[in-house]
Design a protein around this ligand. Structure first.
Ligand code: F6P
Length: 327
C-alpha cells in the first residue's frame, strides 16, 4: 500500500447542497490525521489547468450551511481524453498529491477510476448529486434538500392552482432518474407522477387527467421528471394544447429547474455529508481505493466505483402505486 501524505479534494459535475459540508469534513479529517490537503478548483477542468489551492482548517470555516461548492464545479470534456488526464496527473504529482477524494456523481467516478487505472492514484468517491441515482448509498448528498425545495414549490403552486381550478404540469430535475419526481409527487400530493423509469404513453396520461378533472377536482398537479419519455412539461403541454378535448381546461406549466440545486442544505444533508466526508478519508487511510463511501441502513459501506457507475439504482415501484390510491 502506498504511503499517503497529501490528498487532493474536488467537487465535480452538477453541484449539490451539502457538498460544502462534505469538503469541510474531508479537509478536517485529513488534517487531523496529519495529512496535507490540496483543493482542486472546478473539478477535472481545474485539475487539467493546475488550478490548485492549499487547504487549511480555516479554509472550510463557516461553510457547513452553504449551498453550492466553495471549490466550484464543472463538467469537463477535456478530461475524457487520455491527453487531458495525463496533464491532470502531472499537475497532481507536481503538487505532491498521492490520493484523491472526489465528490460528485457517476461521471465524476468514471473519471476517478481512470486516474487510478492510468496513473496509480488512490481514489475514493463521495456521492454528491441531487438525483439520488447512485447505487451503493441509500441517499446521495443534496437529494434531501432538492426534494424539500421541490415540495415547497409544489405547495405554493397548489395554492394558485386551487384558486383558479387549474391543471399544472410541474417539471422537476432528473434526466435519467425519477427519485425527486416520485417523492416530491407523493409528499406534495400530486395527482399524477411521470418518471423516466416507466414508459409514459400520452393517451393514458390524457385519459387520467380528464378523469381527474371531471371528478370536480379543484386542481390537478402532474409532476413530471425532465427525463420522462414525453419531453417533460413542455412536451406534454404541447400535446394537450393540440387536443380539443382539453380546450376547456386551464393549463399552466412550471419548470422548477436549477432552484432545486441551490439553497442551504437540510439538516439531513449536512449530517450525511459530514459522515461520508469523514468516512472517505478513513477509507483512504485504511488502504482502500477505487471505492465510493455510502450510507446503507445507517451504516457506512464501501462499493467499488465500477459497480456504482455500472449499475442503476432502482426506484421503489410500490411508491409509484401509492399515488393511484392517494390521488
Ligand atoms: O445531475 C444533476 C442534475 O441537476 C440533473 O438532475 C439535471 O438533469 C442536470 O444535472 C442539469 O445539468 P446542468 O446544470 O449541467 O444543466
Amino acid at each position: 500500500m502506498q504511503d499517503i501524505q497529501r490528498i487532493g479534494v474536488f467537487t465535480s459535475g452538477g453541484d449539490a447542497p451539502g457538498m460544502n459540508a462534505c469538503l469541510r469534513a474531508i479537509v478536517r479529517t485529513a488534517l487531523t490525521n496529519g495529512l496535507e490537503v490540496t483543493g482542486i478548483r472546478r473539478g477535472y477542468e481545474g485539475m487539467i489547468e493546475g488550478d490548485l489551492v492549499e487547504m487549511e482548517r480555516r479554509s472550510v470555516s463557516n461553510i457547513v450551511q452553504l449551498g453550492g461548492t466553495i471549490l466550484k464545479s464543472a463538467r469537463s470534456e477535456a478530461f475524457m481524453s487520455e491527453e487531458g488526464r495525463q496533464q491532470a496527473a502531472e499537475h497532481l504529482r507536481e503538487n505532491g498529491v498521492d490520493a484523491l477524494v472526489a465528490v460528485g456523481g457517476d461521471g465524476t467516478f468514471r473519471g476517478a477510476s481512470k486516474l487510478k487505472e492510468e496513473h496509480g492514484f488512490a481514489v475514493v468517491g463521495c456521492p454528491g448529486t441531487i438525483d439520488n441515482d447512485l447505487y451503493g448509498t441509500d441517499q446521495t448528498i443534496g437529494y434531501d434538500t432538492a426534494l424539500n425545495t421541490a415540495i415547497e414549490n409544489i405547495d405554493r403552486i397548489r395554492d394558485t392552482a386551487d384558486a383558479h381550478n387549474r391543471l399544472f404540469l410541474v417539471e422537476v430535475m432528473g434526466r435519467d432518474a425519477g427519485f425527486i419526481a416520485l417523492n416530491c409527487g407523493i409528499g406534495g400530493g400530486a395527482e399524477l407522477i411521470l418518471i423516466p423509469e416507466t414508459i409514459t404513453e400520452m393517451d393514458v396520461v390524457k385519459e387520467r387527467i380528464l378523469s381527474l378533472m371531471s371528478a370536480q377536482r379543484r386542481s390537478t398537479i402532474v409532476v413530471v421528471a425532465e427525463g420522462d419519455d414525453l419531453g417533460g412539461a413542455q412536451g406534454i403541454e404541447r400535446a394537450l394544447r393540440d387536443d380539443p378535448e382539453f380546450s376547456d381546461i386551464e393549463l399552466r406549466s412550471a419548470i422548477l429547474g436549477h432552484t432545486q440545486r441551490g439553497g442551504a442544505p437540510t439538516a439531513g444533508d449536512r449530517v450525511l455529508a459530514s459522515r461520508l466526508g469523514v468516512a472517505s478519508v478513513e477509507a483512504l487511510l485504511d488502504g482502500h481505493s477505487d471505492v465510493m463511501v455510502g450510507l446503507v441502513n445507517e451504516e457506512v459501506k464501501l462499493t467499488p466505483l465500477p459497480n456504482v457507475y455500472g449499475r442503476r439504482k432502482s426506484i421503489d415501484y410500490d411508491l409509484l402505486k401509492l399515488t393511484q390510491i392517494l390521488s
